[in-house]
Design a protein around this ligand. Structure first.
Ligand code: DCP
Ligand code: CA
Length: 396
């Protein structure tokens, strides 16, 4: 039986959470800022502000330059996590197969639902009425196509792309628009003359496999909406923007050794999940929130991939030391981004072979006997609470 997926994705999520509480901001250029006041970054941008060229990830001063009338609001992560959880609960209560994909995106398997467009309309109506959050729904024969339908119809849209409409509706898009094909892969595809979704359709599978291995087949299947059967984005993590963990401490923490032990724990968890999904990353980020509700985050990109928990920890510690202020901490988070499928090739290994082998065998032990059966001495005695915010890209 053919499959069908419906993606629910909130529009300008953080901004929409703020506008829901302050309706006078509706229709205005608004941005939500994370990080310290002077070095803040705009994490979410209203569609009105996007018209001025303001984009997520921009420093606040640049956003102000481009759009002097923009209203900037400091992020309230706990509020967004709460709204996110409430929306996801509503979806889980009403549908059997819901995959929470990030803080504001969820896939629903609607293969058995006779009229998914009608379902999409109902979901939109409910979320708008109860949470005052605008959203877009995309429906397709695979998660990738559902996501592309969603991107095409944002904001406040709803689009279904059926299997026989893919080429007509998506054929002219750049390969980079296919979630799961990153900048690097797109560049490599372009180097052999494949620029668009249509080019992937007409390129012989063998050519792709010869050049990219099994990924070549994925590229083509993703472009054709044929990946639903054997490959879920969640399982493969190809579309995950990042993998990470955060912890709210049971009490304020100020002791540097304890902070480092928590950081190590989070890096171990993150590394383990990354390896489980056969991924490696080219960037690490760290964020902290103090008990006075201020916070800071920092990230770094690398030319060589990060594979082991030890590497994640070394980099995270370096970043943490650059932003840490001496005041009580409430939350700490780590994530690895720019993910790619793990390639165990010699050039990436270099001197890391022993470390990689060790970590994979620790994973096996912990998978067999339970989480953290084997753990580093530094972690002994640490009491861990729960994450407040689901990491982007994958459910908790
Ligand atoms: N986010 C963030 N940092 C980023 C990207 C996103 O903190 N670099 C946060 C803010 C967003 C939320 O995650 O509101 C969801 O991310 P999306 O990429 O879905 O962006 P938006 O929901 O803001 O906009 P869109 O309407 O394009 O989905
Ligand atoms: Ca969104």
């Amino acid at each position: 039986m053919s499959r069908k997926f419906l993606l629910v994705d909130m529009d300008a999520f953080f901004v929409s959470c703020e506008v829901a509480a302050r309706p006078e901001l509706k229709g205005k250029p608004v941005g939500v800022v994370t990080g310290a006041q002077r070095h803040g970054v705009v994490a979410s941008v209203s569609y009105e502000a996007r018209k001025y060229g303001v984009k997520a990830g921009m420093p606040t001063y640049k956003a102000k330059d481009l759009c002097p009338s923009i209203v900037l609001i400091p992020a309230d992560i706990v509020k967004y996590a709460y709204i996110s959880e409430s929306i996801m609960d509503y979806l889980r209560e009403n549908f059997n197969k819901v995959e929470v994909f990030s803080v504001d995106e969820a896939f629903i398997d609607v293969s058995d639902i006779p009229d998914p467009v009608e379902t999409g309309k109902e979901i939109k109506k409910y979320i708008k009425e109860h949470f005052h959050i605008p959203l877009t729904v995309g429906i397709g024969p695979s998660r990738v196509i559902a996501k592309m339908a969603c991107e095409l119809s944002k904001p406040d849209g709803l689009m279904e792309i059926k299997e026989n409409e893919i080429l007509e509706k998506l054929g002219d898009l750049d390969v980079e628009e296919i979630p799961g094909i990153g900048e690097r892969s797109a560049e490599a595809l372009r180097s052999i003359g494949i620029r668009t979704v249509r080019d992937l359709w007409i390129t012989n599978e063998e050519v792709l496999v010869r050049k990219f291995g099994i990924r070549g087949k994925w590229f083509k299947d993703m472009a054709m909406g044929k990946d639903a059967g054997y490959f879920t984005l969640l399982e493969n993590g190809l579309q995950m923007k990042s993998i990470g963990h955060s912890e709210t401490f049971p009490r304020d923490v100020i002791n540097p050794d304890e902070i480092r032990a928590y950081l190590l724990y989070l890096c171990e968890k993150t590394g383990r999940r990354m390896r489980k999904h056969n991924l490696m990353g080219y960037g690490v980020s760290v964020y902290i929130r103090y008990s006075d509700f201020t916070g800071n985050g920092i990230s770094k990109k690398f030319s060589k991939p990060v594979i082991t928990s030890t590497e994640i920890y070394q980099n995270a510690l370096f970043l943490l030391n650059r932003i840490l202020e001496i005041k009580p901490i409430r939350l700490i988070g780590v994530s690895v981004f720019d993910l790619e499928p793990l390639k165990l090739q010699l050039s990436l290994f270099e001197n890391k072979e022993r470390e990689i082998r060790l970590e994979f065998s620790l994973d096996t032990i912990n998978d067999t006997y339970g989480d953290f059966t084997v753990k580093r001495a530094r972690l002994a005695g640490l009491k861990i609470s729960h994450s407040v915010i689901p990491p982007r890209g994958i459910p908790r």
